[in-house]
Design a binder for this molecule. Structure first.
Ligand code: MN
Length: 494
């Protein structure tokens, strides 16, 4: 699976031949200026100038090239001058990659004293971009519209944020999930239609025998295990005498790492109910793989595993951290309501605020040996939690704004890593909305991505998005859920 640095976005400037060659040359120069300036901003992916298009044939040709160029993750369009939008129909109908419509203008301030009609003709995106906007709306295209002057850092920041969402869409088509075992028995929310997910999101999910993994674990050499142990002790503090348990975890990681690399898997699941031939449930093995960008979902939760990978890709290079999480226990003391998130082992050290310690403790369920795991406290700061659920006939992505806070007190008897946070607007409203929306206990927590980016991602994939944030009002939220249900039912009929 590729990463953000392998991708680029094409910039296509719209015009028409009516203004003469001088005007077209000016458009070309303006687009060059704009693109070089925006690239200097430090975008996650480069913008490539694909020139000025002035007729149906040119627009259709470039959109077909967008589709077939693997490096191109999407297209940014701007109607510099009036670009009659029937010229765009065939091209936009062909386009199968993310689209951003940048509504900007080369000139920033109206030059009242000097302006003439030549100036007006070269600065008329106020109506050019509306013409382009109409045809995209008429075609019911899911696209992003960003408005503002191209030199404004806020505009470039929004383009950068959208690029990450678009990259998530494109990279999703390369995502392969490895499942060891099925879901935890009887669990509903981790189920889902794998065919629908592959159609909408591109994610491939297939199962592999845990017995074969067990054989690969046993086949690891002592030298390989020594090297993995050196990796563990260089990153984490050893806080156990049970080195044998840690070495078994090292074997688990080595075996999975090889298998994933050979098969290009970048997400995986397992379940404590299917560990045939294995001595332990992978703990630190899974945690260390997650820290390297491999997505994970516990108890067979393949949707969350894949969402974890995609959100990690979208957040590539950012400092906050994006991690598989589980809403675990609540503090319901008025004025200090919060959620403590954790998992029975598998919390991703990329959200650690303290240096993780390697510890070995009994696992209450599963009947296997006590596994080594990383124990730490999570970071503080603004973030989001996301959950993807299958509503039967459609997928719904639920996103809640959160504020992670330091754990109020030490937890000396808790043998797992944890994060504590307050959801917005408040725990009661957020949790009630989350439950009405059918959100899972498993989530992906990100300190790098925003609800707007997840909404863009969902829109581009054509799946439902619901947001719980500071403005959320319960009555409005329930009404939105009802209206979306109706809308998707009608879409299904059409
Ligand atoms: Mn779980």
């Amino acid at each position: 699976m590729r990463s953000l640095k392998d991708l680029e976005f094409w910039f296509v400037t719209g015009s028409q031949p009516l203004y003469g060659d001088d005007a077209i040359q000016a458009c070309i120069k303006h687009a060059d200026d704009m693109i070089s300036k925006m690239n200097e901003f430090g975008l996650p992916c480069k913008i490539v100038n694909k020139g000025v298009v002035t007729c149906t044939e040119e627009i259709t040709k470039v959109m077909k090239e967008v589709n077939y160029c693997d490096a191109c993750a999407g297209v940014i369009i701007f109607a510099h001058t009036f670009s009659p939008s029937k010229m765009w129909i065939k091209g936009l109908v062909e386009l199968n990659k993310p689209l951003l419509h940048l509504h900007t203008q080369y000139n920033k301030e109206i030059p009242y004293d000097t302006m003439d009609m030549d100036f007006m003709n070269l600065n008329q995106s106020a109506h050019g971009d509306r013409e382009t906007g109409f045809i995209a709306s008429r075609l019911r295209m899911n696209r992003k519209v960003v408005m503002g002057h191209w030199e404004d850092p806020e505009v470039t920041k929004r383009i950068a944020a959208w690029m990450r969402s678009a990259a998530g869409v494109v990279l999703g088509k390369e995502l392969k999930i490895c499942r060891f075992g099925d879901n935890m028995r009887y669990v509903g929310v981790t189920e889902g239609d794998k065919v629908e997910v592959e159609i909408k999101l591109g994610w491939e999910c297939n199962t592999y025998a845990v017995g074969n993994l067990a054989k690969a674990i046993d086949a690891c050499t002592e030298e390989e295990v020594d090297a993995k142990m050196a990796e563990y002790t260089s990153k984490y503090d050893m806080n156990t005498d049970n080195i044998d348990s840690v070495r078994y975890q090292a074997r688990c990681e080595i075996a999975m790492e090889k298998f994933f690399a050979e098969n290009d898997f970048s997400a995986f699941t397992n379940t404590f109910q299917d560990l045939v031939g294995m001595r332990q449930l992978p703990g630190i093995a899974t945690q260390n793989l997650m820290a390297k960008g491999i997505g994970y979902g516990g108890e067979g939760d393949w949707k969350t595993a894949a969402l974890d990978t995609i959100m990690k890709k979208m957040a590539e290079g950012l400092p906050g951290g994006t991690a598989f999480m589980e809403d675990y226990t609540l503090n319901l003391i008025p004025g200090n309501e919060l959620i403590m998130g954790a998992h029975m082992l598998e919390v991703d050290p990329c959200v650690a605020a303290t240096k993780p310690k390697i510890e070995v403790h009994e696992l209450g369920i599963g009947g296997k040996e006590p596994p080594a795991r990383l124990v730490f406290d999570g970071k503080s700061g603004k973030g989001i939690t996301c959950s993807l659920v299958d509503m039967g006939g459609r997928l719904r992505l639920i996103c809640c704004d959160v504020e992670a806070v330091p754990c109020p007190k030490p937890t000396p008897n808790l043998p797992v890593a944890k994060c504590t946070w307050k959801p917005l607007p408040d725990l009661q409203t957020a949790a009630e909305c989350w439950i009405y929306a059918g959100g899972a206990h498993h989530t992906v927590l990100s300190f790098d991505l925003t609800a707007e980016q997840m909404e863009d991602y969902a829109d581009m994939c054509g799946i439902e998005f619901v947001h719980i944030g500071p403005e959320t009002n319960m009555r409005q939220f329930k009404q939105d859920l009802m209206l979306k249900d109706v809308a998707y039912k009608i879409k299904g009929i059409l």
